[in-house]
Design a protein around this ligand. Structure first.
Ligand code: ADP
Ligand code: MG
Length: 289
């Protein structure tokens, strides 16, 4: 019977670390023809590390001290990486005050009597703190798949910090498996287009870049007009996107907020389990009809 098939699928899923919150979710998962993924912490390991520091003004220690002061007030994965790098080099810094996150753009704080920003190069452009020389350096770093954070004060760039966050080991195979099931795959990221293209290229998937948190929601709303869309994500920022997709799936290591707003979860924290979830849902629906 239908309830028995659903119950059996739910328990089979649970044994394999695939949490599906009920029959309607299984039905939508079976119809999924497009899976969208958050980048940081979902397609990538989520532990970025600093690879390069480029100085525009002062020296490397000064750039890192300013950046660390601001990042001390942020919980973003990039913040942790900048702090770890500064500490590993023995750079001493003054923790900033009144830190404020600017969603999808970066963070600002008061350091040494002035407001200092650490954020996307696009944000630095908008704030009039970019130079032609820095721009060409940033483009080269981004083409290597690195994420770049600009460190700047009102109208003046201090330097740029490049970070690399490696794709998860199973990410490329996961995209191939979904493709074999006839399912399209797309990365949605707040990162810039060059970095996104480099990483999406390695994983052979589509991408949309430079999306602010609200843009991710609009993108999914647009995509659900033509497709049955599964969204896989892990961060607090992803909760609205998870709720907007036909099926929102949280990575098991994600935040409680993401887990609550999701229709399902990958408890083993493996992006490769997405294909398994679609397969289980399809097999279940085939049994019912
Ligand atoms: P993603 O969609 O990849 O998770 P986010 O929306 O979290 O990206 O961030 C988008 C961009 O904003 C980052 O690539 C980075 O350039 C910038 N950014 C956001 N928060 C920070 C921060 N705390 N420190 C430095 N840069 C940040
Ligand atoms: Mg994020």
């Amino acid at each position: 019977s239908v309830p028995a098939s659903i119950a059996s699928a739910l328990s089979t899923g649970a044994r394999r670390g695939l949490l599906l919150k009920g029959g309607a979710v299984i039905e939508a998962a079976a119809r999924t023809d497009l899976v969208t993924f958050d980048k940081t912490g979902t397609l990538t390991v989520g532990r970025p590390a600093v690879t390069d520091v480029w100085v525009a003004d002062g020296d490397e220690a000064r750039v890192l001290a300013l950046a660390a002061g601001v990042e001390a007030g942020s919980s973003h994965p990039l913040a942790e990486a900048v702090l770890a790098h500064a500490e590993s080099l023995g750079v001493s810094y003054e923790a900033g005050r009144d830190a404020r996150a600017i969603p999808g753009r970066g963070v600002e704080a008061r350091v040494g009597g002035e407001t200092v920003f650490v954020g996307s190069p696009r944000h630095a452009e908008e704030e009039g703190a970019m130079t032609a020389l820095a721009r060409s350096r940033i483009e080269a770093l981004e083409a290597e798949g690195k994420t770049v954070a600009a460190v700047f004060r009102a109208g003046a760039l201090s330097g740029v910090i490049a970070l690399r966050d490696e794709p998860r080991e199973d990410a490329a195979t996961a995209m191939q498996e979904l493709k074999a099931l006839g399912v399209r795959t797309m990365m949605l990221t707040g990162d810039n287009a060059r970095t996104a293209e480099a990483i999406a290229g390695r994983l052979s998937m589509e991408y949309r870049a430079e999306l602010l948190p609200d843009d991710k929601v609009s993108a999914i709303r647009e995509l659900t007009g033509r497709n049955t869309v599964m969204m896989v994500g892990d961060g607090i920022n992803d909760a609205p996107a998870l709720a907007t997709a036909n099926v929102g799936v949280a990575m098991g290591s994600g935040t409680d907020v993401a887990l609550e707003s999701a229709d399902g979860a990958l408890l083993r924290n493996r992006v490769g389990d997405v294909a398994g979830m679609v397969r289980l849902a399809r097999a279940t629906m085939a049994n019912i009809h």
